[in-house]
Each structure stands twice: as C-alpha cells, then as structure tokens.
Design a protein around this ligand. Structure first.
Ligand code: SF4
Length: 173
C-alpha cells in the first residue's frame, strides 16, 4: 500500500482498491466491441479484420505508454479499469506534463477502434445489405457508442477520486 501511495501522490484519495467486478465491467464491453468490430471487418478480407484487432490491442498498450504514466492512478489499484496497474509494470511514472493535456493529445490513438468498424459496417451495408450484417452493425454501435460510455460515466469513472481533473469526465474543465 505504501508503494501505491507513493506512486499516486495523493494518499487519501488513491489508496482505495477498485473491486474486480468493476474492472471486468469496464473491460468486458471493450473486448466485446473488438470482437464485433472484427466480425464486421471480416467480409472486407481476413487481413483487414486481423489488422483491426491487432491495432485495437496495440492502441491499448499505447494508452498505457502515453497516457497512464501521467495519471495519479498509475501504479495504484484505484484505476477504474485496471490499466494503471498494468501500465506501471511496463512504463515508469511521469509527472513532468499536465495530465489533461497529455490525455487530450493522445486519446485519438484509440478512436480507430470505434470509427473504423463503424465506417466499414456502414459501407458494407450500403454495398451489400444483409440482415445479419445490420444486426452486427447495430450491436457494435450499441456497445461502442452507448454501453461503454454509459458504464464509464455512470459506474467506472463516476466515483473516481480524480474525475475533476480528467478530460473524459470534465471535457470543459
Ligand atoms: S484512470 Fe485512466 S489514465 Fe489513469 S491509470 Fe487508469 S486508465 Fe490510465
């Protein structure tokens, strides 16, 4: 715990441990979205689908590398999705830049995981409509654009101790 407090720098707020169910609630929908996105991309060719899946996992590692080290939750169990712990195993903490600025500059790295399958799905529906493709597309959009943001805003990040300084929770702050 001492190590966590040191990594956090805010002992009173970052020493709590997020329960496993909450970490799973944050991550399972994301993995589901990747699976749905891969299925949407498959008709374009297996290489596109595999490239999408590979990029999605690489983008998570890039998130750990470029964003998490600047966060107070880096190296603590207080991170709502567990990335803070995993990031600390690979990347040292960095406090030499403002977290909000780092977040805003790098969050674009994960956007392709949402928008590439959405665009590909819309294109495929336009070119060769099938009902299974439509349901896949709808499921992807519901998970990616409704369920994941809702879980994050209403559960995962809702009680985060540093939400006031997070651009995701306070975009205009
Ligand atoms: S709260 Fe966000 S930025 Fe901070 S360690 Fe967790 S995933 Fe990374």
């Amino acid at each position: 715990m001492t190590q966590e407090k040191e990594a956090c720098g805010i002992p009173d707020t970052c020493s709590r441990a997020i329960p496993l169910w909450l970490v799973l609630l944050d991550n399972v929908p994301t993995l589901t979205m990747y699976a749905l996105g891969t299925a949407i991309m498959w008709p374009l060719g297996w290489a596109w689908a595999v490239a999408y899946l590979a990029y999605s996992f690489v983008s998570i590692v890039l998130f750990w590398m470029r964003i998490c080290p600047y966060c107070h939750h880096h190296g603590t169990l207080a991170c709502p999705c567990g990335y803070g712990v995993l990031s600390a195993k690979l990347f040292p903490p960095r406090r030499n830049r403002d977290f909000r600025m780092v977040f805003r500059r790098n969050i674009i790295l994960v956007f392709p995981s949402w928008f590439v399958p959405a665009g590909a799905g819309a294109y495929l529906l336009w070119k060769a409509f099938t009902w299974p493709s439509l349901w896949l597309f709808v499921a992807f959009c519901v998970v990616g654009f409704a369920l994941i943001p809702l879980i994050s805003k209403l559960v995962g990040c809702r009680n985060c101790s540093i939400k006031e300084e997070c651009p995701w929770m306070k975009p205009k702050g």
